[in-house]
Design a protein around this ligand. Structure first.
Ligand SMILES: *[C@@H]1O[C@H](CO)[C@@H](O)[C@H](O)[C@H]1NC(C)=O
Ligand SMILES: *[C@@H]1O[C@H](CO)[C@@H](O)[C@H](O)[C@H]1NC(C)=O
Ligand SMILES: *[C@@H]1O[C@H](CO)[C@@H](O)[C@H](O)[C@H]1NC(C)=O
Ligand SMILES: *[C@@H]1O[C@H](CO)[C@@H](O)[C@H](O)[C@H]1NC(C)=O
Length: 422
């Protein structure tokens, strides 16, 4: 008697649990289905064998996320092999909607040369993208290529290290932002896509209309590190579901050029926060200065600025990371974005920003709605490297390369031999 009641109780508890799971799932992922299956769905063949990709071996453990997905409606192995999936699906041609091109055809005749050129261009872009992803995958699977945290499982990444992954549930997109790589504008795009910020009661539609201070306010964005507070112990499950189903992208840049850019914006320009947190301690440690002004403006007036050499010395100083990890502006991309644990579907580069941005927005099928903001700033270029590193001793340059080597290799940036040999 008591046994039967116990069984019924368990059954009831089980169904409540399933219902909860489904509610949580639909609440958060459900809305993305429409977009995913129209915009991003890839061939959903039978489950690939467990050896299908290197990511199975060390990245996301497939087991529980798979089991979770399999019981849910409309889910499948959508993301099992993004590269193959994308290769078999040609990029949408440079998009004019059909009505417009038909009309153009009738009114002015159709310009086939530009169409062919556009197709060739998008094929070249698709090939470039496939190459970047293959490089990343091969290196993650290659056991003779090693860097710290490479072999760590996704479950072992602490929550606070997932704070760069911004989620848009409306379109099924995850963006890992890397500071100094057009991240302000990509964050703006994510705000427009996810409608996460209102302007007088209505979501922003135009990326450039969003004020900078809102863009960089972390409360504007839904990031993975906030999942724990929201979803408790379901959070890792949900992250894995989203990582499996959503389109994940990041933008990278030549690592040394990124460092120069970080130095220019945080130490050449007057920045109170960076002065207090970084410049003043560097001046104290590396210039033997004891009494320093308390504000950046006073320090600048007195001609007290950190030099690029101080900055490099700080990066190489073994004491630096004893207190806190590198600030995000100079933290290595592999530590910000976990490229061997998260299988990125799109790797953009600042060096090809305009073409990559257009290609990505086309892939996401949002290119009719928004454009990536053009940047007019005086961008740090690779050709400046020789000049900037002229004051840096050769031994330091070599150590610095070691420190950022994983970023160079993973993202296909050639070793800057001329800086490292003399
Ligand atoms: C693995 O990496 C090493 C060097 O890092 C390279 O020499 C080797 O060819 C790579 N192996 C494969 C299978 O790609
Ligand atoms: C960030 O936004 C939140 C909510 O809009 C606001 O309360 C907070 O003051 C903002 N923080 C900064 C540093 O502006
Ligand atoms: C700073 O002071 C230390 C000892 O107090 C000395 O060894 C070092 O050479 C000084 N460095 C500079 C740049 O003056
Ligand atoms: C860009 O900045 C560099 C150094 O900060 C300066 O030498 C150069 O003249 C600037 N170029 C333009 C076009 O402003």
């Amino acid at each position: 008697m008591a046994k039967a009641r116990l069984v019924r109780l368990w059954l009831a508890l089980g169904s409540v649990f399933m219902i909860l799971l489904i509610i949580v799932y639909w609440d958060n992922v459900g809305t993305a289905h429409f977009y995913l299956h129209t915009a991003l769905s890839r061939p959903r063949g039978p489950k690939p064998p467990p050896t299908a990709g290197p990511e199975r071996a060390q990245g996301l453990p497939a087991d529980d996320a798979d089991a979770f997905l399999d019981v849910l409606p409309g889910s499948g192995q959508a993301q099992s092999n993004p590269v193959a999936g994308k290769k078999s699906r040609p990029l949408p041609p440079a998009s004019h909607g059909p009505p417009l091109s038909n009309m153009e055809e009738r009114v002015r005749g159709y310009d086939w040369t530009s169409h062919v050129a556009a197709t060739e261009q998008s094929q070249a872009q698709a090939a470039r993208q496939a190459h970047r992803q293959r490089l990343l995958r091969d290196l993650c699977a290659n056991s003779s290529f090693v860097f710290p945290t490479k072999e760590r499982a996704f479950d072992d990444i602490p929550n606070y290290e997932l704070n760069h992954l911004i989620v848009d549930d409306r379109h099924g997109v995850i963006y890992c932002y890397v500071p100094k790589v057009a991240c302000t504008n990509w964050k703006r795009v994510m705000i427009v896509l996810s409608e996460s910020l209102l302007d007088g009661g209505r979501p922003y539609r135009e990326p450039l209309a969003i004020p900078r201070e809102h863009v960089h306010n972390s409360s504007t964005h839904l990031t993975f590190n906030k999942f724990w507070r929201r979803y408790g112990r379901f959070s890792r499950h949900l992250m894995k579901v989203k990582l499996k189903k959503y389109t994940k992208f990041l933008f990278v840049r030549d690592p040394f050029v990124r460092l120069i850019s970080a130095f220019r914006s945080k130490f050449e320009l007057q920045n109170e926060e960076f002065y207090r947190r970084f410049a003043a301690p560097m001046l104290r440690m590396y210039s033997n200065l004891t009494s320093l002004p308390t504000s950046a403006s006073a320090a600048f007036r007195a001609g007290l600025k950190v030099s690029f050499a101080h900055f490099i010395q700080y990066l190489l100083d073994p004491h630096t990371e004893r207190l806190a990890p590198f600030n995000e502006h100079w933290r290595q991309v592999y530590r910000l974005c976990h490229p061997c644990q998260i299988e990125y579907d799109f790797v953009g580069k600042l060096e090809t920003l305009d073409a990559d941005a257009a290609q990505l927005l086309r892939l996401l099928q949002v290119d009719q709605r928004l454009h990536f903001p053009p940047s007019y700033r005086n961008r740090t270029a690779r050709s400046w490297e020789q000049g900037w590193f002229a004051s840096i001793p050769l031994a330091w340059r070599q150590q610095l390369y070691k420190l950022y080597e994983a970023d160079f290799v993973l993202f296909g940036y050639p070793k800057p031999e001329s800086l490292l040999q003399n």
